[in-house]
Design a protein around this ligand. Sequence first.
Ligand SMILES: *Cc1c(COP(=O)(O)O)cnc(C)c1O
Length: 377
Amino acid sequence: MCSKPVTRDPATRAGTVLEIDLGAVVANWRLLAAKTAPAACAAVVKANGYGLGAVPVARALLRAGCRKLFVATLDEGLALREALGAEPEIAVFNGPLPGSAADFAAARLTPVLNDPGQIAEWAAVAASDKPLPIVHIDTGMSRLGLSPAEFEQSLDRVAAIGASMLLSHLACAETPEHALNAAQRARFLAARQRLPALKASLAASSGIFLGREFHFELVRPGAALYGVNPRPGAANPMRPAVRLSAKIVQVRKIDRGESVGYGAAHIMDGPGLLATAAIGYADGWLRSLSHRGCGWLAGKRVPLLGRLSMDLATFDVSAVPPAELYPGNMIELIGDHYGVDAAAADAGTIGYEMLTALGARHHRVYREPPSDSKTAE
Ligand SMILES: *Cc1c(COP(=O)(O)O)cnc(C)c1O
């Protein structure tokens, strides 16, 4: 006989807690929308809203007045359409892969058409009220988009399929002085003059900060909504949107000369106190943080010692008051002291990867925007 399951508080049993501040995401969107008005401000929620949760993020932004969402793949678009209903405009950057154009039409997903083949696929779909597609032209990224020659040859086709917008993407927007920014803008303007009735969109998060002449009719921020600094090297104008904490599983004393973790890769140069916390690389706390990352506990920086394991990390807590060292107490890993960009730098990557790597194992807590507190649970 099975005994009746006991319902326990997930926050109590979880090893890690990921707090997502939807109020900060909304505030970030509002800041970008105000900065770029009268251009419209979309929200990029691909890769599950950069790891924060595409559905709760999209719902909060739609309530705040956002009218257009972008995802990367058809499956992301289908999932969002299912969750959000028929109304919001959802566009899919990668466009239709061969054979999938009809699925876009059926779910009323706006395809971004990235080459003549995708334009032909879309043109061949027989449906009465197809969404108006977006056409992507390459201006220097060499990733997706029609080349200038392909665009020139496709002008009639683009007009015939009722394209609503031309889109291009900047390769170096986080480096304002890079010459490619102006070059891409000039190529984009030239293409736009060939089809002046279409709207235009060039800037993502960092492109917004290059100035008004990059805004056109629509901007498409992603990372900045989630608190990643769109201007690396300058003060971050965005509000942090995530806080990640891991619970202490065990506290132990260690002597000088003893080793910590796999490969005995860290040797203590004096006696100390260690706290082993319930977070590892399987949680998206990247293994490249080994020997370099840190957490914060009771206002003290606690360095990560040795190699990160799959499910555990060991911190030097010798500087922390003993009253704070007990199983269940939380070590802050991403937060006010140590933001997404700082952790990413220590991991040898960018905030984008740090956020999108955040795994499925965290207990997630969503903080609703203040004005929506009546609808929050
Ligand atoms: C991901 C993406 C964006 C959003 O970029 P951020 O730098 O996160 O703001 C915008 N446009 C395209 C084409 C993208 O692929």
